[in-house]
Design a protein around this ligand. Sequence first.
Ligand code: NAD
Length: 307
Amino acid sequence: MSGTALRIDGNEAAARLRARVAQAAAKFAALTGRKPGLAVILVGDDPASHVYVRSKLQRAAEVGIVSNVMRFPSGVSEAEILGQIAAWNAADDVDGILVQLPLPDHVNTLRVMAAIDPDKDVDGLHALNAGKVSQNATALVPCTPLGCLMLIKQVTPDLTGMNAVVLGSSNIVGKPMAALLLAERATVTVAHIHTRDTPFLCRGADILVTAVGKPGLVRPDWVKPRAIVIDVGINRVQDPASGKFRIVGDVDPSAAQVAGALTPVPGGVGPMTIACLLLNTLQAAGSTARLAPATLGLADDPINQAA
Ligand code: NAD
């Protein structure tokens, strides 16, 4: 069976989620006398990182979160970064700490993540939060996979017994995505650069999440008819005719003829990632101030927070 896939509108879902977060931020401010605070470390001159941080700060301001960014040159020492994190761990008005990745090669990313107070780890990358996610315990959940799961559950609320394939096994996207899908009782396969016959695995997927960074990787003949396809990839490609650059995902657009539902790039996972960062900041602020999520109008379990 073929047709045109339902377009899963990440902009719309993210706007709904941000509205919930804005209400929660207003309640938090009324109850505590201060706005929730997000602190960001940005290292070096990577243009994409600067764009992402700018978007995060802008969205944070829109929902009533105060943010503070510390910019370091690419030659910054690991000790300086760790010193800044320690200061923010101790600061009462900092609820969430985010270190924009990637970091320069001379800085150990895992050591930096491990230095963040797990209760302020709004990117969900501390080993304690990663471990809690894999044990189905309440945690700060990595923003991109959390956003992906919300979009999937918008289409299919119950994933029990479904076959899910995740392309990519990074600590930021692929691994936590697999853990979240497993927690939703899906049967999960993770494929990566060394996987044999990835197209064969994909053809069995009711849910296919691709987080690789290769434009057009997922061809229509990789997609099971009616599958839900979530495209996390962000790839900058040059149009041969116009010479202009544009952003595309990992999925060949003609896969929409086979899939049941598909996230566009841009306008799919990207806006949900930022909305989930804001949600995590409110979850973190609530727990610092010992306010139950329900007091702020939030769900106990962030996965079921989708508006
Ligand atoms: P990464 O480079 O850390 O990981 C890429 C993964 O893809 C690795 O596990 C690698 O083994 C795997 N891989 C490479 N070639 C493959 C192939 N042919 N088949 C299957 N797997 C293959 O990247 P990442 O940080 O996980 O990001 C992945 C993509 O998602 C990038 O395009 C990134 O820009 C994008 N991204 C988007 C968002 C968002 O908000 N939309 C957030 C984070 C990352």
